[in-house]
Design a protein around this ligand. Structure first.
Ligand code: SF4
Ligand code: SF4
Length: 417
């Protein structure tokens, strides 16, 4: 199914799935999906009931998410105008503390989850953040962290001490210099830069998270140049989502359709020129497939679209499970420390799980549907008032709307693997 050449290196962890299993490697740091034949050849022969029936495709929901995005707090002093979670200096009432989060981590570890993405609000304000990261490590999960870097010198020093516990620390940086303030509505660049420099001295696994808006799109090259100057390995680009305070300024800040069409060629050029690793978030899949890459290559590169409620889940500061960090908790959904009771039920995660039967044209006939799953549900819910609608910002969906059934493709960027 997926290439897996490292016969000699044992997986750190292995989880059985209907198609075979998922192996977690240490070097390179990766989760590798392998079929049953390859799993057997690596000594994983007992799939039990998970291997009952035919070897299934990836259309079938995983036995557990790969990754859980835990919003440890909704407290943050920055007040960014597009904050995806509407964070405030007070945070939410009845936020969970370390006891509840550790219980949740125990539960996720038992379910076989591999990674945690710890965030907020600003979770570096929490005096027990390091305790949570250490607990995750002890239970075999890799904790990663996103921070604004807008924290006190004392908090930064404390975070530096915890840095080796994290697989990756990404600092949110939506622009260099005054572009940062233009996007966020608060002037935090100098403080974020101080945090990046300090954290980079503590660990080499530091990167940037940048929410791409129409304000900073033309300045992405400055961001890549900055990443090279600060020796940051990774730049992660996220599509601006209409959630939290972001819903109120979505039309103002979202990228234009022309920018979406130009994104992939621009990012590939910048990644090559500045030799940085780039990640595009799940919601950008329609903007990638619009350039008609070979679907086998897309799969080989593990580019997935809307994986909410399947490959990933979120949890709000009060513990409520969400399909992804940008989505509201589903009606009747559980807290994350009891996810297992809910995961396998018919109604779990509503429209996120029904992408195959809910797909309308042009998604239904799209060759990338199994990978893209109809685009970003959060954008569809906000713009089309229907989370099951095809992503209204997908170039193929827009071409379909404008020209009936005639679908135009953008220039091909990749050839096949
Ligand atoms: S709704 Fe789907 S595509 Fe959008 S951010 Fe969430 S998981 Fe990603
Ligand atoms: S048409 Fe639908 S499935 Fe295909 S890329 Fe666009 S949003 Fe994704």
């Amino acid at each position: 199914m997926w290439p897996f050449r490292s016969h000699k290196q044992p997986a750190r962890r292995f989880r059985y799935e209907s198609f075979g299993g998922i192996a977690q490697l240490g070097t390179p740091r990766a989760l590798v999906f392998i079929d049953r034949e390859r799993a057997r050849s690596l000594g994983h022969t007992d799939g039990g009931s998970t291997w009952g029936g035919d070897e299934a495709s990836l259309d079938r929901v995983l036995t557990a998410p790969l990754e859980a995005h835990l919003q440890l707090t909704n407290r943050c002093d920055a007040g960014c105008r597009g904050c995806y979670t509407g964070a405030s200096p007070q945070g939410d009432r009845h936020e969970w503390g370390p006891v509840e989060w550790k219980r949740a981590i125990d539960h996720l570890a038992e379910r076989g989850v591999f990674h945690l993405a710890l965030g907020g609000g600003e979770s570096a304000h929490l005096p027990w953040l390091g305790e949570i990261a250490a607990h995750a490590r002890a239970r075999g999960l890799v904790p990663n962290l996103t921070t604004s870097g807008l924290i006190t010198p004392e908090e930064l020093e404390r975070l530096r001490g915890w840095a080796p516990l994290f697989g990756q620390i990404n600092v949110s940086l939506d622009g260099v210099g005054e572009v940062y303030a233009r996007v966020r509505g608060c002037d935090g660049f100098a403080q974020a830069d101080t945090a990046i420099v300090a954290l980079r001295r503590a660990t080499r696994h530091v990167g940037i998270n940048c929410v791409v808006t129409r304000e900073n799109f033309d300045h992405l090259e400055e961001l890549f140049r900055y990443a090279r100057k600060r020796r940051l390995a990774e730049v992660e680009l996220l599509r601006f989502k209409p959630s939290g305070r972001g819903a109120g300024c979505y039309e103002q800040l979202r990228c234009s359709d022309e920018q979406h069409r130009a994104l992939l060629p621009l990012v590939l050029r910048l990644a090559r020129r500045y030799r940085r690793r780039v990640r595009l978030d799940c919601s950008y899949t329609p903007m990638i497939t619009a350039h008609a890459p070979d679907p086998r290559l897309v799969r080989w590169l593990a580019i997935y679209g809307c994986a909410g409620g399947d490959l990933l889940i979120g949890a709000k500061a009060r513990g409520a499970v969400t399909a992804c960090s940008f989505a509201p908790p589903p009606a009747g959904g559980p807290n994350v420390d009891t996810l297992g009771d809910y995961w396998g039920t018919q109604e779990a995660f509503g429209p996120f799980r029904r992408w195959r039967e809910a797909a309308r044209e042009p998604c239904r006939s799209c060759e990338y549907l199994a990978l893209c799953r109809g685009g970003c549900r959060v954008v569809s819910a906000h713009v089309a008032h229907d989370p099951t609608a095809p992503d209204p910002e997908c170039p193929r969906v827009q071409a379909f709307a404008m020209a009936g059934t005639a679908i135009t493709r953008l220039p091909v960027i990749h050839s096949g693997p």
